[in-house]
Ligand binder design. Structure first.
Ligand code: SF4
Length: 341
């Protein structure tokens, strides 16, 4: 399997801005940053963000001196903002220790660096003989070895299989070859088996099961929460506030909202759904519906802001780190302002 895959990889490897070209040494900062960005995010989206980050903070030292607000500002739109916070914490720790950790065991101790990411960095940058197991590897291995255990239990079986098989001598290339094969050939739907270097050894292909793998248990329905966004505005200004430094969307800015709760009562659900100014946003674990409420803040003299609030113009609000949810809410304000001009 290793040899077939590496021969294919040497001819078909993807050129990506964080990857070393053949014969070059991988930059651990680039690989680390890209792997964190790639968690839950696609390669085409990450390329733009990665290039912007590297332009702004070309080295790990430069990144360590950036403020969290600046990092969140650049991270806007990538989602899963705790990744940015953990990145900052981990890099600061590395700078204090004056070292970039080189092994899986050393890397996995840092905030935000889990088993997959630490194995990806240590194999790609330091050729440690480990195999990072992500969605691509799970798909390829479940098909090649025709493993029908459904997710999420399947992941444990695949990790055991990769440990039995080993990474071979070119650990980093083997990891990246699996990533590239999963992305270009062994796709979730319609795998291109006739272009695949593993076709002759793939049990899923031989048994005709590859389209059904990896198997999944039926997903439970995503819960729904409801809340109200308060757009307190006037004279082209709006009140925004910084969210607490813990929890969902920590440290990001937005308009004040009510708590987001799951309604059990059908009339309340209907009332919320019936209003024509509702912003919908899908988080990983729930779907949120936010009703929009406009409140005028004139006269200005009576305005009392909380310590985490600012009164900003509609132009200035772009200078604050806003999650996608709040960008959608503020888009409603822009439409409202245009309608009432
Ligand atoms: S032969 Fe088909 S199913 Fe098997 S690894 Fe290749 S692309 Fe995937």
């Amino acid at each position: 399997m290793h040899e077939k895959l590496l021969v294919w990889y040497d001819k078909n490897r993807r050129i990506l801005p964080w990857r070393a070209l053949p014969g070059q040494v991988a930059n651990p900062y680039y690989v680390y940053l890209s792997e964190i960005m790639l968690q839950q995010t696609t390669v085409p989206t990450v390329i733009n963000y990665f290039n912007r980050f590297i332009e702004k903070w070309p080295t790990i030292e430069a990144f360590s001196s950036a403020s969290l607000d600046d990092i969140l500002m650049e991270w806007q739109g990538l989602g899963y903002y705790s990744r940015a916070k953990n990145l900052k914490l981990a890099v600061e720790e590395m700078i204090v220790q004056n070292t970039f950790p080189q092994s899986y065991m050393a890397l996995v101790r840092y905030p935000g660096i889990g088993s997959y990411t630490s194995k990806a960095i240590s194999s790609i940058c330091f050729n440690e003989h480990v195999v990072p197991v992500d969605g691509n590897v799970i798909r390829v291995f479940s098909r090649v070895f025709n493993i029908s255990t459904p997710l999420p239990a399947l992941k444990k079986d695949i990790v055991c299989k990769t440990e039995q098989l080993g990474s071979g001598k070119r650990a980093g290339d083997f990891a990246q070859a699996l990533m590239d094969l999963g992305s270009a050939i062994c796709k979730p739907k319609n795998p291109k088996c006739h272009e695949c270097p593993l076709m002759n050894v793939c049990e899923g292909y031989k048994q005709g099961t590859c389209h059904t793998l990896p198997a999944r248990l039926a997903k439970p329905k995503k819960p729904v929460r409801y809340g109200t966004a308060y757009i307190i505005q006037g004279n082209n200004h709006v009140i925004i506030e910084k969210r607490p430094d813990k929890g969902l969307l920590a440290n990001l800015w937005g308009v004040p909202t009510s708590p987001w709760i799951e309604y059990d009562h059908p009339h309340e659900k209907a009332a919320c759904a019936a209003t024509d100014k509702v912003v919908k946003h899908v988080f990983t674990h729930f779907t949120l519906y936010l009703k929009i409420r406009y409140i005028s803040i004139l006269p200005w003299e009576s305005l009392h802001l909380k310590h985490n609030q600012r009164l900003v113009s509609l132009d200035e609000v772009q200078d604050y780190a806003l999650p996608t949810l709040m960008k959608k809410v503020l888009q409603e304000l822009l439409c409202f302002t245009a309608d009432n001009a």
